[in-house]
Design a binder for this molecule. Sequence first.
Ligand code: CU
Length: 158
Amino acid sequence: MKALHAIFVAATVGITAVTSPMTAAQGQAGHIIVTPKDLKWADVPSLPPGAKAAVIEGPVNEAKPFTVRLKFPANYEIPAHTHPVLEHVTVLSGTFNLGMGDKLNKKQTRALSSGSTAIMPPGTNHFAWTNKETIVQLHGTGPWDITYVNPSDDPRKK
Ligand SMILES: [Cu+2]
């Protein structure tokens, strides 16, 4: 478990490094303004291959506020998982099909269109899938992580 966490932190630092110019600007002015073209998309080792993340505010692995944009391709699936902190998901484009439970079941999801928001308390089992490219924004207070209900679903273990 420790080793896994180390991998996650390393991956997160990797994402953070990509956004360091923005963080520098933030330090100077005390605010963050991001337009879509400012986003630096990177792979996400903790999610099944195909997802991209852009950290707007972070880093996500520290006990501070974070804001992250996630982009999923069409026909993408996120197996059942939990987070150690509150998850706030806001759908920006596409359709995020979200369900609660310990196993991905496409028949037990709600189709969240752009403008929809979902909030899951820590430890709530949930899963999601897409049928078209979908962008969501996560925000909350870290440290962020993802724990799969079925450990073999964790791409960091593969
Ligand atoms: Cu989640």
